[in-house]
Design a binder for this molecule. Sequence first.
Ligand code: SAM
Length: 269
Amino acid sequence: MSQWRPIKPSTRKDEDRPARRPTRRPPLSVFPTTLWEYPSQHYDASDGSTMQGSKHYTGATPSWIIWQLLQRYTREGDKVVDPMCGSGTTLDVCKDINRVGVGFDLVPSRDDITKADARKIPLADASIDFAFVDPPYSTHIDYSDDPNCIGKLDAAGDDGGKAYYDAMRRVIAEIDRVLIPRRYMALYVSDSWRKNKGKGKSGSAVRGGTFMPIGFELFAMMRQHFEPVDIICVARKNDKIGRGNWRKAAIEENFFLRGFNYCFIMKKP
Ligand SMILES: C[S@@+](CC[C@H](N)C(=O)[O-])C[C@H]1O[C@@H](n2cnc3c(N)ncnc32)[C@H](O)[C@@H]1O
């Protein structure tokens, strides 16, 4: 998940300023390595559209990641499910490259997304060619008021994150159920780190924080169902990483800004 902004040429009219070439997004091609990076959240699609999903949706998946996965692991006409479809990025990429996208979300943001809980996907067993999912990474984004939102479950809560991990275990089991054997799925996720809040006995702010290794925990769960195909490291370029005050705090307070997301690629035996 990231909050990249597409690179746009400035619209400011300034006759004194030397003419600048508009910044174009590089055309997409299939990446050869396990380190993925692209300078925009969206790509320029074959029909001339310049956005997939919504740029206003906090937590939308960079669409080019889904494009990379579908190019490698699906063919034209294949059925692709996203059980946590958010702003519909997966559906737009499917449309662009002639896959049949099927989208669900607890809180559908548009008409082509059907309301459903990802722990109970309303699809028949072994009916889907590929599944993509970008789940909530613990409580880092408030997606909706729906009490069933997995983003309300704290991976570092008093229960040791049990409720969050139990919920994700059920989502993964559902993906396994609907996927056709020998087909692929991908899960895009980040670990999380939360700064301690409050004051110590001396009245000074409590230092340190809590690391949540969500990526490895979910990978271990997926291994109960699937064969690992590969692990992709996706470089994040969100606003927070670029901001001077956050970068300074990360060094002074000895924590890390999250520089990458995992994209786990798995195959159903
Ligand atoms: C990271 S966002 C998905 C972003 C999406 N891939 C996009 O590009 O817009 C996670 C989504 O999971 C949804 N969600 C949370 N709990 C859910 C559940 N139990 N069942 C289905 N969707 C759920 C949220 O409503 C949110 O839209």
